[in-house]
Design a protein. Sequence first.
Length: 119
Amino acid sequence: MRIGDAQTDVDVRAQAATVSRKGAAPAAAPVAVEAPRQQRAAPVVTIPKIESVTRQIDSFLRSINKSVQFRVDQATGEMVVTIRDDETGEVIRQVPGEEALRVAQRIEDQLSAMLDEKA
């Protein structure tokens, strides 16, 4: 899926709902101390703004022969972002990395096994 795809917005919202249902922690911990969740108002980002920014990123990456791909790892349900070199197909950067995805899957499998044993 390319950044500018119309389906991206629907996929991102579905993935965010899946991640929030699983209770996943954010990728990076904030540096500053934050107010409790009830007191903070979430910033509203409009769909046209997201589409505009993603088109700009996609345009820039294409200009330097790179591409970005968003996908959901089927095993963990985590959003994975991959940047590739268009000429060689080489993965330049992937977040989270394959090892992190494997560790997350092992943890999820072990937690599931422990819950199954208790039931």
